[in-house]
Design a protein around this ligand. Structure first.
Ligand SMILES: Nc1ncnc2c1ncn2[C@@H]1O[C@H](COP(=O)(O)OP(=O)(O)OP(=O)(O)O)[C@@H](O)[C@H]1O
Ligand SMILES: [Mg+2]
Length: 190
């Protein structure tokens, strides 16, 4: 499915800003228009929902978290970057090593510890990347997670030769056959 990630993130922000407000955390969202991404809506809602929830839970009261969507180029690929930033305590080294493991949580009964583990898989299936940077240094403390999703491949244009050009030049069936396989390959990766 072709998705507008900015719109999707906006919906997720709306969903979680109430629980953020209960913790006296503001959600500041910034959004530039971006290209469409090919993906599974429900899965990406899980990813962004978890990142926003994690940031909200890490943020101190009376602070703001930032959720930013913008177009980017990454290693020759164009795509969409979603950044989620909080001014929490930062992630200790011992947690960084395990936080993408299944069932690893520091939230006792309040967390299942599946959020980041599932997210990493979902993003990989979308041919994207997820990375983070975190600091525990007083004054500079906080964490930023960044998800990159590549722009959807343009649908292959299957050009049927006109009868007249067939009569004049013959067909090139193999070539158009190749072009038709592109979307299938993309579908397999998902
Ligand atoms: N923004 C953040 N700031 C500080 N620690 C974080 C942040 N994001 C994740 N973590 C740490 O990583 C751990 C794993 O996060 P993950 O989202 O996978 O699980 P969880 O939030 O504990 O539970 P849930 O399954 O409900 O998401 C968290 O328990 C927390 O210790
Ligand atoms: Mg979580």
């Amino acid at each position: 499915m072709l998705l507008d990630v900015g719109g999707l993130v906006e919906e997720v922000v709306a969903l979680y800003s109430r629980s953020a407000a209960v913790r006296r955390v503001r959600v500041e969202s910034e959004r530039k228009s971006t290209s469409l991404v090919s993906g599974f809506r429900g899965q990406l809602i899980q990813v962004f929902g978890n990142l926003i929830r994690n940031a909200t839970e890490a943020a101190p009261p009376d602070s703001a978290i930032t959720v930013r969507v913008r177009p980017v180029h990454r290693r020759g690929r164009s795509g969409v970057c979603v950044l989620v930033l909080d001014r929490g305590r930062g992630i200790p080294q011992s947690v960084r090593m395990k936080m993408f493991d299944p069932f690893f949580t520091t939230k006792d009964l309040k967390g299942s510890g599946l959020g980041l583990w599932v997210s990493k898989r979902i993003i990989a299936q979308h041919d994207g990347t997820i990375r983070f940077r975190s600091s525990e240094r007083a004054g500079l403390n906080g964490t930023v997670f960044e998800v990159f999703l590549p722009t959807a491949d343009r649908p292959a244009v299957v050009q049927l030769p006109s009868l007249r050009s067939v009569a004049e030049k013959g067909t090139s069936e193999e070539k158009s056959g190749d072009e038709e396989e592109l979307p299938l390959k993309a579908a397999k990766a998902n």
